[in-house]
Design a protein around this ligand. Structure first.
Ligand code: NAD
Length: 520
């Protein structure tokens, strides 16, 4: 095989890629503060989705390697837990600065492995960086509660304490943001961590742990193993792991939740989505169509919060041709090409699945008014996994293209007569990640926000991902678990509360034995 020529140019010294002749450019593991070469015989290829060039090969970690990673995390826990919260916060602050400084390099790695455009890849890093920034405030986030004098001389107070070893399993679509949702907050709270990045985009995670080490995160506090299902099952079963953070598709998410909780672990599992936009005829037309175009086709539809279903209320359906005009103008090219709006989708298999779902819509009676299946791209990307913007209209809820998450640049359009019907339709969909309503009526917006059964709602805003002082609150089929990512609930997920009831008296009176429950 031939490795992509650009691979080593982007970041310069990639400690995490092997330079040994026999393992050229393979990805290493990160165990107890060292980048180590795997002894595995099984390697998974990572190809640039715009060109098919081989970027790196990822090891399927051996059992011994995974055990070593968990042991390192377990051994590092007591000293890290006892590191003062101010010093932990200082290290996270250094980390924040290093991520900021290296944003362009991380973005370049993402574009090379995942395919998204460079500006969008920077957004991927930036949205993760915001969670790191918030984690710097960990001392305030971990404050307990006190009530004085609950009985004579008796006070009650609580401490928020770390759990121990936590683990994270991440998807391909946000190679920086989602790992950064997980380990920085977990370690800020005093936990140690084992990360298993998506085997399709490992290098952003590896660079992020390289930077964490530079920031002063001690050996063993963050570790990385690689692989697929076996690594995931190892994490679900490892007795030392107290909590698992997962983001990805439904099958793995439900499996990890079931297996992890059966083993007594906390699990937070963010899964798939079908996010609806409701377009009310009184909305600002130009702004709405701009927002819809960006949110449906940006990142080639491979965002869990992509607006992939548009529900046109009444006469707003007459705007669809103008939406198609906007979508047609989007430039499809390799993500590093200046001016590119859409990069490739992640794999050939994903491209084929998207094509197949478009065809299923047509076969079931939808109209394809914009077909991106034969999109033409520059010659240098002729082998890439490109799908152009696609719009299916007259879609009905029973169609597969509506029922399944397509995860490609495909917008399915449905028509209803009233806002009530739109709400009913959306509430009947099993997913509850995000939704947006476009309207100029405060009364309609308020009705929508109250009655819609979806965890994250945008009003005249297409992708309502909350900032880290709130939490990522996807609901129903899009989430299962013990607490949402980041924000207050994120801190609760990574910590446990110890409550102390103390009785300090300044007399030497004894009240004798009492065998009944004390009344205050
Ligand atoms: P995926 O589920 O295929 O992979 C995610 C992780 O799970 C990977 O690390 C992978 O190795 C592991 N995995 C995959 N199949 C497994 C199996 N059968 N058993 C055990 N582990 C398995 O997801 P993906 O394709 O990488 O990511 C896209 C999906 O993630 C989409 O469905 C998207 O909506 C979802 N997603 C959700 C959110 C959210 O916050 N709700 C955010 C981003 C992505």
């Amino acid at each position: 095989f031939k490795f992509a020529k650009s691979a080593s140019k982007i970041v310069g010294n990639r400690n995490f890629h092997s330079t040994s002749a026999s393992l050229a450019n393979t990805t290493k593991l990160f165990i107890n503060g060292k980048f180590v070469e795997s002894k595995t015989k099984e390697w998974l290829e990572v190809r640039n989705p715009a060109t098919q060039e081989l970027v790196t090969k990822v090891p399927v970690s051996t059992k011994e390697e995974m055990e070593a990673a968990v042991k390192a995390a377990s051994d590092a826990f007591p000293a890290w837990r006892d590191t003062s919260v101010s010093n932990r916060s200082r290290i996270i602050s250094n980390y924040k600065n290093l991520i900021n400084k290296n944003m362009d390099k991380i973005a370049a790695i993402i574009t090379e492995e995942q395919g998204k455009t460079l500006p969008d890849a920077k957004g991927d890093v930036f949205r993760g960086l915001e969670v790191v920034e918030h984690s710097v405030n960990v001392a305030s986030l971990m404050m307990g509660e006190t009530v004085e004098n609950v009985s004579k001389n008796v006070d009650i107070y609580s401490y928020v304490q770390p759990l121990g070893v936590c683990a994270g399993i991440t998807p391909f679509n946000f190679p920086a943001m989602i790992p950064l949702w997980m380990f920085p907050l977990a370690i800020a709270c005093g936990n140690t961590f084992v990360l298993k990045p998506s085997e399709r985009v490992p290098s952003a995670s590896m660079f992020l742990v390289q930077l964490a080490q530079e920031a002063g995160v001690p050996d063993g506090v963050v570790n990385v193993i690689h692989g697929g299902k076996e690594a995931v099952n190892f994490i679900c079963d490892a007795p030392e792991v107290r909590a698992i953070s997962f983001v990805g598709a439904d099958q793995a998410g439900r499996h990890i939740h079931a297996r992890g909780t059966a083993n007594g672990k906390r699990v937070q599992s963010n899964m798939a989505a079908k996010n609806h936009a409701t377009i009310v005829p009184d909305a600002h037309k130009e702004r709405t169509l701009d927002a819809l175009t960006g949110a449906a086709f940006g990142a080639s539809g491979q965002r869990c919060m992509a607006l992939s279903a548009a529900v046109f209320v009444g006469e707003s359906k007459n705007w669809i041709p103008e939406l198609a005009e906007r979508a047609k103008k989007l430039k499809v090219a390799g993500g590093a090409t200046p001016g590119a709006d859409l990069g490739p989708v992640i794999s050939q298999a994903s491209k084929e699945r998207i094509h197949e779902l478009i065809q299923s819509g047509i076969d079931e009676g939808a109209k394809c008014i914009l077909d991106g299946r034969n999109v033409v791209v520059d010659k240098e990307f002729s082998k890439g996994n490109f799908v152009g913007p696609t719009i299916l209209t007259e879609v009905k809820p029973h169609m597969r293209c509506y029922k399944e998450e397509i995860f490609g640049p495909v917008l399915v359009c449905l028509n209803v007569d009233t806002v009530d019907q739109a709400i009913q339709l959306i509430n009947a969909n099993p997913y509850g990640n995000g939704t947006a309503v476009f309207t100029s009526s405060g009364a309609v917006a308020r009705k929508y926000q109250r009655e819609i059964d979806v965890g994250q709602v945008g009003i005249n805003l297409p992708i309502p991902v909350p900032l880290p002082f709130f939490s990522f609150t996807g609901s129903r089929g899009s989430f299962v678990g013990a607490g949402h990512f980041y924000g207050k609930t994120g801190v609760q997920f990574f910590t446990q509360i110890k409550t102390i009831t103390s009785n300090w008296r300044d007399d030497d009176i004894s009240h004798g034995v009492s065998s009944s429950m004390n009344m205050p």
